[in-house]
Ligand binder design. Structure first.
Ligand SMILES: [Zn+2]
Length: 295
């Protein structure tokens, strides 16, 4: 079964909910970037979180940036409106042993820092906001961000289960948001229900689907939309060349002086792009041409 994202409306509650199932995305991220188990769990949770936020995107993309001062360093996770996810961890090979059979994600991420969310709808402006980290466990931090920074009371659960060989067994999560009409009794019921349910990965590894977990919480639900998602980078040779052009004339002249072709590796997917000396010279000409247009 391919990875997917759902938008859900509970029948008897004034809440909206989103669910994500993404073991293949997380496994692909792990394989491409050589992530340690704890890095896999941390980036997997961040990818699940950003996928949930992207569920009602019509254009553009969303980026989650987490910087908690822990050994993993900065974590980036991005999702676009077409269901393409990508992400990276600054120090992918940090190993921390499990504590009580759980990977210590909070310890690896750290909680001395912030979560920052950038919404880029492909318009002129980008929207950016951040909040302090509570635990570095990511789900809790994301819910706190949404509740305080975006003023939408939210609950979130994210989980990644990693095998002893490091590979991903399952991964997924959900996000629940209060609608303005929700009353005290509904909120009370939901808080109680969320405190009773088991971790997401426990349900998923028993073969339950993410929509069935949401049914466990709310009873009857309506699935408004289901989208396929995948780990896919948006890099291309064209974009790499644009980035080289953006470096400017001085830098390019230096590279050409070296007399060697250059290789650029995409941080997100580890794809390598070779740029020949010939091509570098053409890019330099392109800079001149664009400058001439401006003059
Ligand atoms: Zn890439």
């Amino acid at each position: 079964m391919a990875d997917y994202l759902i938008r859900v409306l509970p029948k008897n509650f004034n809440f909206r909910a989103f669910g994500v199932y993404l073991p293949q995305c997380v496994e692909e991220a792990r394989r491409r970037q050589g992530l340690s188990p704890v890095a896999t769990a941390a980036l997997g949770r961040a990818l699940a979180g950003v996928a949930l936020l992207s569920a009602d995107l019509k254009f553009g993309k969303i980026l989650i940036q987490i910087n908690g001062g822990g050994p993993l360093g900065e974590i980036l996770a991005e999702a676009d409106y077409q269901g393409n996810l990508r992400g990276l961890v600054k120090n992918p090979q940090v190993h921390l042993p499990p504590e009580n059979k759980k990977l210590p994600v909070g310890k690896a991420v750290g909680k001395d820092g912030f979560i920052n969310i950038v919404r880029d709808y492909g318009l002129k402006e980008i929207y950016q906001s951040s909040s302090a980290l509570l635990s570095g466990e990511i789900a809790e931090d994301l819910a706190y961000y949404l509740t305080t920074s975006e003023q939408i009371p939210s609950a979130c659960a994210l989980g990644v289960l990693v095998n002893t060989d490091g590979s991903v067994i399952t991964a997924g999560g959900f996000l629940i948001q209060k609608l303005p009409e929700a009353n005290e009794a509904e909120i009370f019921y939901l808080e109680k229900r969320l405190s009773e349910i088991k971790p997401v990965t426990e349900y998923l590894s028993q073969g339950l689907k993410i929509e069935e977990i949401l049914q466990e919480i709310f009873g009857e639900i309506e699935i408004l939309e289901k989208r396929e998602i995948r780990y896919k980078c948006t890099c291309s040779l064209e974009r790499v060349e644009e980035a080289l052009i953006a470096l400017g004339k001085g830098e390019l002249v230096e590279m050409i002086k070296e007399g060697e072709p250059i290789e650029v590796t995409c941080e997100f997917c580890k794809e390598r792009y070779k740029i020949s000396l010939e091509r570098l010279k053409e890019l330099l000409e392109e800079i001149e041409r664009r400058k001439a247009c401006l003059d």
